[in-house]
Design a protein around this ligand. Sequence first.
Ligand SMILES: *[C@@H]1O[C@H](CO)[C@@H](O)[C@H](O)[C@H]1NC(C)=O
Ligand SMILES: *[C@@H]1O[C@H](CO)[C@@H](O)[C@H](O)[C@H]1NC(C)=O
Ligand SMILES: *[C@@H]1O[C@H](CO)[C@@H](O)[C@H](O)[C@H]1NC(C)=O
Length: 163
Amino acid sequence: MFRYQLVVLCIAFIVCNSTDNSFCEFKDCYIKAVNRTDKFMTLYIKLYQTPVDNVTANIKLMRNNNGFKPFFLDVTIDACRFLVNQKNKIIREFYFKLYKKYSNMNHTCPYDHDLLFPQLWTRYLEDTLEGFVPLVGGEYALYTTWYSKNIKRASVNIYFSIF
Ligand SMILES: *[C@@H]1O[C@H](CO)[C@@H](O)[C@H](O)[C@H]1NC(C)=O
Ligand SMILES: *[C@@H]1O[C@H](CO)[C@@H](O)[C@H](O)[C@H]1NC(C)=O
Ligand SMILES: *[C@@H]1O[C@H](CO)[C@@H](O)[C@H](O)[C@H]1NC(C)=O
């Protein structure tokens, strides 16, 4: 099938950071290209204070305009509750398209095991992002910051471009 694309959204790299090593550590955080067209992302997060049943996530879209600045989307969710009751449309998309299929976080809290995204094809993430990012050319990032019991524990930032 010929797919005519006016816009290309392309994930460039990912940066993971544990801000509390007694809570969690990243064993893996990378994007690997298998060939010229296909890449996948691998995340492996070790949890040291299980069971985890209180998680808040802030998800912020950033656009590079002399430095990355908030752009269009800034939501904070109760990550434990959204798995039960996905009200936010964007979050619901992410959950059903990505989490459920590509991670072992496909059940409700508590989490009493390490968190794994063994092989998330970036194309699926790109398609999901295309669904809600205003498709204006430029450099972007999706900043996700993870809290448990109101303490910042980790961040995962995904950088991408729109041509
Ligand atoms: C790239 O790799 C993917 C996954 O293995 C495969 O489905 C696809 O056909 C490959 N593309 C090319 C151009 O070789
Ligand atoms: C969750 O993912 C695991 C591992 O991929 C799988 O074995 C299990 O069936 C999935 N559970 C649900 C409810 O989708
Ligand atoms: C999570 O923990 C914080 C801080 O202890 C608390 O204020 C909040 O009510 C908790 N959230 C839930 C859903 O239990």
